[in-house]
Design a protein around this ligand. Sequence first.
Ligand SMILES: NC(=O)c1ccc[n+]([C@@H]2O[C@H](COP(=O)([O-])OP(=O)(O)OC[C@H]3O[C@@H](n4cnc5c(N)ncnc54)[C@H](OP(=O)(O)O)[C@@H]3O)[C@@H](O)[C@H]2O)c1
Length: 646
Amino acid sequence: MLGSFAKLERILPSHQPTFTTTLSSSTYRPNTPNNPLYLSLRLCDMETTNVLLASSGANVPRVETGKNPTLICVPVMAESVEKMVVDIYKAKASGADLVEIRLDSLTGFSPRGDIEALIRECPLPTLFTYRFGSIQSLSRIIEFLLYCIGSKMGSLSVNYLYDNTKLGRWSYDGDENERLDVLRLAMDLGADYIDVELQVAREFNNSIYGKKPEKCKVIVSSHNYQMTPSVEDLGNLVAKIQATGADIVKIATTALDITDVARIFQITVHSQVPIIGLVMGERGLISRILCAKFGGFLTFGTLESGIVSAPGQPTINDLLNLYNFRQLGPDTKVFGIIGKPVSHSKSPILYNEAFKSVGFNGVYVHLLVDDVAKFLQTYSSCDFAGFSCTIPHKEAAVKCSDEVDPVAKSIGAVNCIIRRESDGKLFGYNTDYVGAISAIEDGLRAKHNLSSSGSSPLAGKLFVVIGAGGAGKALAYGAKEKGARVVIANRTYDRARELADTIGADALSLADLGNFHPEDDMILANTTSIGMQPKIDETPVSKHALRYYSLVFDAVYTPKITRLLREAEESGATIVSGLEMFIGQAYEQFERFTGLPGMMNHPRNYFGKPCQSTDKVRLVKILYMQQIMFSFVIQIISTLLGVFLL
Ligand SMILES: NC(=O)c1ccc[n+]([C@@H]2O[C@H](COP(=O)([O-])OP(=O)(O)OC[C@H]3O[C@@H](n4cnc5c(N)ncnc54)[C@H](OP(=O)(O)O)[C@@H]3O)[C@@H](O)[C@H]2O)c1
């Protein structure tokens, strides 16, 4: 399909990662005999030796439910024991391994009776947490306001508000000794885990020395709501936590940049003790998923989206069903979509489903990236095997790739980066044009009953591209590549001329397109947004002119059948929808990510049945609508919060 790609080596995953770079899961071996956590952990590349300190946590039990031993813990916050029990059962039904019971959320809390009831009723292991201090102080509100004014309104600020105001209202504000007494009581009554903050951990652990039941493990936690410290400082922090007598170390930091998470992975993968290393905020999301690959003790998954106990927590449903959490392991390859914003992208649904359906050991995640070069330099291990790039990083991705496909270079945009396993080199591609051109070729072959082998049915055809933007460039280059004679018609003639001169094509003003009729059986590709919702009555060219075209393509895919396509069909042309382009580029990336044949040509699609284009179209339509709804709801919430707070 891609003659010009012959120079670029295909990436064939061997499932035997090379470990030439600093961040890799290679040193983590979860299933070592006798000691599932520590024995084969190797300390290397560390700036501190402090994490070698022995810990009483060596015997912390783990239930292995999949390819990794990392547990999923659902935080339960409710105002009554009854409501908590309902949520605990929901957590069990969702597949949780344990629940974190937030005692500070209970109103009218009666320690002995409530804890006894919760332990008695709970069908899962329990982690008791009793946070102190009212967070709803003036300084935190000012902090939140500044955060919002910093134009970061959106899902992250919604999470932030939840975390700070709701927990603020709930968190314990009484006597510190009484609070620690409650945790001691939970331990005596049969808690499996209790969470104690680093600030009070030494005193607390001294007080229970010799009295702690074998079954109960103490998690000593440190939270940094401002940033993520250096690896050295994190190492020292681990040592400090261990020195308090912790069974399990918990470090939660804040991601100012997605590269901050790498330091937590580095600490986690090299840790000699059970460690929970999580990074809060949307930029830290991967810490909550990939901890299963890097050997984290547990992650938190919420019952409902938005009801979080810390910013950036995914739902347990997403962990299990979207990211296939149980199947992640040290050898799992990481892929993702690099963008900003990116949380709306449904690509993880598409690719993770596709990986699962063919048994490929990979996971595809959202990557909220501010600086693509810094991101690629930091995550330089071959474990991070491939990326999709979206707005605003497609141009920057060209510069960051060691080698760029000639067409992507000409277009000036890379939307797919593959890291070669043998030497870590990055290869940039543009699959946008592949998706569109192959969909048009398929349409022509079906129309003329041609086989898919042999030369492109576009060779020698007159191919008219409406538009000279990103999609226009991709289509024009792609058609030229296939041997078509290309004409660019654009509203701004100068842009059409410039593109035409660059690729060796002709240029037209869009106003002249209606009278353009040098020959019959031409191909027309609209790459402008004309006709897109909500302006669905618009069309870039009159119906009268469409009779000279044998095939008409529209990059717009909302609606699926635009006015242009409807009128083209009525004029006797074959039509190809923008949905085919979207699906086509995704399949092309899948092929590059996995080294497996593209799903388009694969006998089965990710629904596990023969590939039906109607299924694909339906799926994309649903995903697109979900995306629009999601953005709409977030916008309303953000506006309301803004009005309320300011
Ligand atoms: N199906 C897919 O997978 C897929 C992928 C990528 C893009 N797309 C769609 O393709 C469309 C273009 O995207 P893009 O990234 O190429 O955008 P872009 O870079 O902003 O380019 C837009 C082009 O459309 C022209 N244009 C815009 N409004 C126009 C109007 N009212 N009348 C005439 N011409 C108009 C512009 O002409 P001037 O030069 O005169 O401004 C320019 O040539 C969008 O609708 C996008 O959703 C679809």
